[in-house]
Ligand binder design. Sequence first.
Ligand SMILES: Nc1ncnc2c1ncn2[C@@H]1O[C@H](COP(=O)(O)OP(=O)(O)OP(=O)(O)O)[C@@H](O)[C@H]1O
Ligand SMILES: [Mg+2]
Length: 218
Amino acid sequence: MTAKIISVINQKGGCGKTTIAMNLAATMAMRHKKKVLVIDGDAQASATKWASCAPEDNQFPCSVISLAHAGNKAHRTIATLINDYDLIIVDCPPSTEAGFNASALLVSDLAIVPIKPSSTDLWAIDGIINLINAATNTNEKLITKIIPNMCEPNKRLSGSIIDFCKNEESIELLTSRINNRSIYGEVALSGSTAYVSSNQKAKNELSIFADEIVELVY
Ligand SMILES: Nc1ncnc2c1ncn2[C@@H]1O[C@H](COP(=O)(O)OP(=O)(O)OP(=O)(O)O)[C@@H](O)[C@H]1O
Ligand SMILES: [Mg+2]
């Protein structure tokens, strides 16, 4: 067993990094039977708190550890864990300054960048592109994909995000979309995920997302 490593990353705060990381982790564990570790890279400890909200008799289906204080040495610790899991998902903190993000990218197979398509978030993407381009110089296997998050259901994706990806060599859009659904916020508070909720639409989009990621990294 050698873990694939996925960093969920964007310096923009609130774009859905933790939501995507936790829902993808649980979907990979339950749907694809992967042994998954979530690494919480954020000093706000959102992923750690999320998992700790789960009841004793219905625990979060993945291990969660914090490396928020490992800074630019995070990759060393991550490298020591790859033989114990099938998949390691890193929930990155919202900044480019912290050495953590660059460190996580050094050992990642895939960087997933959540973006709210209908907002000014696209203007803030330069920082993450620079970080990814720098990481690719030393980590040639790194691939980078955008996941449009908080999309309006039944609406086509705005042209601006599609045009943007056409102009960027290093970054492509996933086919999957995650829509804006209140279930994503609700389940977090009980340490759960939309994959095991009664919201079939959310469960379906998470399944399609996880299946696309499996195709990419395994
Ligand atoms: N697809 C979605 N539908 C509805 N709400 C969402 C969705 N994705 C995220 N949210 C909500 O948006 C808020 C921010 O999400 P989240 O904490 O995952 O972002 P983040 O990028 O990890 O933030 P930070 O930069 O602070 O770490 C949360 O309240 C979350 O519940
Ligand atoms: Mg977060």
